[in-house]
Design a protein around this ligand. Structure first.
Ligand code: MTE
Ligand code: MO
Length: 406
């Protein structure tokens, strides 16, 4: 029975128990009425998120983080954005969970229990940066449909699991394998059980990387439900949409995977730059692979006030998809001049890198601190919005914070 029907059919005593307090004038409630206290679950409590985070959508749940909440080196659950395309599965039983490998390019279909996965293959832990392809979408003009993410759809947690590669070796794949596609237990918003909300994937070469995991832990504990409990595909450095949550299947394909959100404008951008608002033909759209170089100032919080004569210490993280960040720069004069600041090596490949520095301001007044990362191939973040695309992906413009010196 669905929750709404259950609540509607419950008597006063049961409703009071659900709310956790006696409904004092309960006899005056219209029949079938759902008390507000049960209509609006507090998403911050439900998902254990920082109450400062922003709910962009509740059907499905999409919750954005803020730059200053992402200050930790390893992102805790409390500050991690949630991006869902469908409904979070309601019944998750790790003891009965299975993962099935199928598709044109497996030797034969094979199913593993979660327990088997954990006991038979070696465990690995990596810190992996996951950024939604649509992070930064809110700045595009003409605007793009979809969640209006600002800068907070990125995380870098520690994921523990087994290597997808080890499983593919165990299953046995044919030499014509080119791509994998994931299948998951979340359900389509329409309620149609035969429709997948999302089923994406990546080329075999990405599947074979050491860091591509079938993860069952995040930050040393069971993965929180909203982030894919009990099993999740995690492939850092690519749009986070390839990291399938609530993983139930992997199809090994002899062609580019064609599940929902692999085609059309979804996670694809014009192969060559186009003028804003252009209609782009399907064959001129390319699948997003490695994410572009980007950075985030996580301290201080934008709007910081400091007294004149003091230096301001700042810090944050930088990442560059499959590449490393090579140089980190900052500017206090709207990008006219840049100075280099400290940049650390990543904890491992595909983890974000920490930067820190001290800025000196010449006199009292309003300033902006801008941060710019440059990757190992010399690509720098653009100071303003990069190339327009129909769905507003890949905005890697420099992050900026406001600073007042008084
Ligand atoms: N099964 C499933 N996996 C999914 C999604 C989803 O809706 N269903 N959303 C994807 C998208 S678009 C993103 S950006 C990331 C978000 O991961 P998070 O919610 O753990 O931060 O999960 C990806 N994996
Ligand atoms: Mo995403």
């Amino acid at each position: 029975m669905n929750r709404r029907k259950f609540v509607q059919n419950s008597g006063l005593t049961a409703l009071s128990a659900l709310i956790g307090a006696e409904i004092v004038f309960g006899n005056a409630m219209p029949k079938g009425y759902i008390p507000l206290g049960l209509q609006d679950p507090d998403p911050f409590k439900m998902f254990d998120k920082d109450p400062e985070m922003l709910v962009l959508n509740d059907k499905p749940w999409n919750i954005e983080s803020l730059a200053h909440l992402l200050d930790d080196r390893v992102t805790p659950n409390r500050a991690m954005f949630i991006r869902n395309n469908g409904k979070i599965p309601e019944k998750v039983d790790p003891a009965a969970w299975t993962l099935t490998f199928d598709g044109e390019s497996v030797q034969s279909q094979k199913t593993y229990s979660l327990a088997e996965l954990k006991s038979r293959f070696s465990k690995h832990t990596y810190q992996l940066t996951l950024e939604c392809g649509g992070n930064g979408r809110s700045e595009f003009d003409p605007p793009a449909k979809g969640n209006q993410w600002s800068v907070g759809a990125v995380s870098s947690a520690e994921w523990t699991g087994v290597r997808l590669r080890d499983l593919l070796d165990d299953v046995g794949i044919k030499s014509n394998a080119v791509y994998i596609g994931y299948h998951a237990a979340d359900t389509h918003l329409s309620g149609d059980p035969n429709k997948e909300p999302i089923s994406r994937g990546f080329p075999i070469a990405k599947a074979m990387q050491d860091e591509t995991l079938l993860a069952f832990q995040m930050n040393g504990k069971d993965i929180p439900l909203a982030h894919g409990h009990p099993l999740r595909l995690v492939a850092g450095g690519w749009p986070a949409s390839v990291s399938g949550k609530w993983l139930t299947g992997i199809s090994v394909r002899d062609q580019v995977h064609d599940g929902p959100k692999m085609v059309g404008d979804s996670y694809r951008v014009p192969c060559n730059p186009v003028a804003p608002g252009t209609k782009v033909a399907d064959e001129d759209m390319c699948i997003i692979e490695s994410m572009p170089v980007k950075s985030l100032i996580t301290y201080p919080k934008t709007g910081a006030t400091i007294s004149h004569g003091k230096n301001i210490s700042f810090r944050g993280h930088a990442w560059a998809g499959e590449l490393e960040v090579d140089t980190m720069q900052y500017s206090i004069d709207f990008g006219s001049t840049w100075k280099e600041c400290n940049l650390e090596a990543p904890a491992n490949r595909l983890a974000w890198q920490h930067f820190s520095g001290e800025a000196t301001f010449p006199r009292k007044g309003y300033y902006e601190l801008w941060a710019r990362a440059i990757d190992s191939l010399g690509n720098a973040q653009p100071m303003v919005l990069p190339g327009w695309n129909p769905k507003g992906y890949l905005n890697n413009a420099c992050h900026r914070i406001a600073v007042k010196v008084v």
